[in-house]
Design a protein around this ligand. Structure first.
Ligand SMILES: [Zn+2]
Ligand SMILES: [Zn+2]
Length: 179
């Protein structure tokens, strides 16, 4: 494990959220947001409204900026996000989750909780100088974000689909070169 469990979970959730912007966009309905909320085991306020969905959709671009920013810029963005949300870190233990950090209350809007969670995770990334764990997909035509939590830092593609497509292309190129 590169980071603490909750940090890794938040980073995976953040990258997944940014990548829903597609194409194709896969966060278009309240049901899509519901599925995202369940998948990443969010707890606390969740209104299941179009307004909440729109807020989370609109968060994808600023999150993308944060996750692709250089280290110094990311630090400034994190500070601004935490200040705006009036984040107050504290250790909590709830449901099946052992002690971890929350920095806004459980009844804050979902969009603020996601923002603060990602900002807090980036605090760890920046402090550990592990920025190289974040990048953009190596596929020429894909802007998907890649989070590499592997030991040997071998992850280059945002998805298995992109990985497979490029493996096939590389194989064909080798075949052509041999022919
Ligand atoms: Zn929690
Ligand atoms: Zn990709």
């Amino acid at each position: 494990m590169v980071f603490a469990h909750d940090t890794e979970q938040s980073l995976v959730a953040a990258v997944t959220l940014v990548n829903t912007a597609g194409p194709p966009d896969t966060l278009e309905t309240v049901a899509d947001l519901d599925a995202y909320y369940e998948r990443f085991e969010f707890t606390g306020r969740h209104e299941r409204t179009r307004a909440e969905l729109e807020e989370v959709r609109a968060l994808r671009l600023p999150l993308r900026r944060l996750l692709t920013a250089d280290r110094d810029t990311a630090a400034e963005l994190v500070n601004a996000m935490l200040a705006e949300a009036r984040a107050l870190p504290r250790l909590v233990r709830h449901d099946r989750f052992d002690w971890h950090l929350h920095a806004v209350s459980a009844d804050a809007p979902l969009v603020s909780r996601i923002t603060v969670e990602v900002a807090m995770a980036m605090v760890d990334v920046i402090r550990a100088d592990e920025h190289s764990r974040l990048g953009v997909c190596a596929d020429e035509d894909c802007d998907g974000l890649v989070l590499d939590l592997s030991r040997n830092r071998s992850r280059r593609f945002c998805s298995t689909a992109c990985g497979n497509r490029n493996a096939v292309a590389a194989y064909r190129a080798r075949q052509a070169a041999d022919a």
